[in-house]
Ligand binder design. Structure first.
Ligand code: PGA
Length: 302
């Protein structure tokens, strides 16, 4: 059987509407053009596909069979179209991104800005700690990761895009608030609240004090920056967090940053993916957006 896609499209429209006039309107064709396509198709098939009874037209047995096929061919073509569109551009892709819990303070703003510029895209965002990000990279479970200091022992493409200063926070009535160059030794008399073991903030903090031979007194352990900030505000101890988590608390005067020697701990943010991963256009687009424009979306407290 020899037929063209154009004939099939016209046939599908007539079969749905059971009307040459309405099919012609839908396809922006004239009615004689529609009749001509159907006539040619019937010749190619070798059987009539419609029959006319009075003023109405109906599908013949062969027409009903053909309609089943024309519908599924149409659905397949639409699917192919979507897939190719996705491959061609950012417009309709899906992005799987995972970010360090601390990076989430700006990552959602970045995603919002990016998706405004690419309204057809969709994304899934996983917010988790460093350890679990590394596992996701290992298992190829996400397109891109935003994290602090990537490990050297994995085959990754990593690009730094922004500083991430870690600061010591205290409740505003803490006696060290307002002092300058607080010696690290002095901090030994304080209790520090800790993030959970898989946290990048925690690793950076431990490395910093270990390198300087200072052993801190540590208190409670918590799995989020929010919990740390609340506990510090409640006077349970001092904390070390990224300045990016502090916008609201500093503005409201609910927490203070201590001016300790050698602080802040300088850490950076990286956008990361596995080497050799074929990034989709949307992932590639978002990565570029992060590298070029992340700083526009950052609100650093004064
Ligand atoms: P975290 O990561 O949220 O796991 O502490 C931040 C970082 O790696 O700097």
């Amino acid at each position: 059987m020899r037929l063209t896609l154009r004939q099939l499209r016209v046939f599908d429209a007539v079969a749905r509407h059971l009307s040459y006039t309405q099919a012609a309107q839908e396809l922006h064709l004239t009615q004689p053009a529609v009749s001509m396509q159907i006539k040619q198709l019937e010749e190619n098939v070798g059987l009539p596909l419609f029959e006319r009874l009075g003023k109405k037209i109906f599908l013949t047995e062969a027409g009903k069979e053909m309609h089943g096929y024309s519908r599924s061919i149409d659905a397949q073509l639409a699917e192919a179209d979507t897939v190719v569109e996705e491959l061609k551009g950012v417009r309709r892709g899906r992005l799987r991104i995972s970010v360090a819990s601390t990076a989430n303070y700006f990552a959602t703003r970045l995603l919002a800005a990016f998706s405004k510029e690419h309204p057809g895209m969709s994304f899934s965002l996983d917010v988790t700690n460093r350890e679990s990000l590394l596992r996701q990279l290992e298992n190829n479970e996400c397109d891109l990761v935003i994290m602090g200091r990537p490990p050297g022992n994995m085959d990754l493409v990593t690009e730094a895009f922004m500083d991430n200063p870690l600061v010591i926070i205290a409740s505003p009535d803490h006696p060290l608030v307002g002092e300058n160059s607080i010696p690290l030794e002095r901090l030994r008399q304080e209790t520090f609240l800790l993030r959970e073991p898989g946290s990048g903030t925690r690793i950076a903090m431990e490395r910093f004090f270990a390198q300087r031979g200072v052993t801190l007194t540590t208190g409670m352990e918590m799995t989020s920056n929010e919990a740390i900030k609340q506990a510090v505000e409640a006077g349970l101890g001092l904390g070390i967090v990224s300045i990016h988590t502090m916008e609201l608390e500093l503005e409201a005067g609910r927490l203070a940053v201590l001016e300790a020697e050698h602080f802040p701990i300088l850490r950076r943010w990286y956008v990361v993916h596995r080497r050799g991963k074929r990034l989709s256009p949307v992932a590639q687009g978002f990565k570029q957006f992060v590298l070029e424009r992340a700083r526009e979306y950052l609100r650093l407290p004064r």
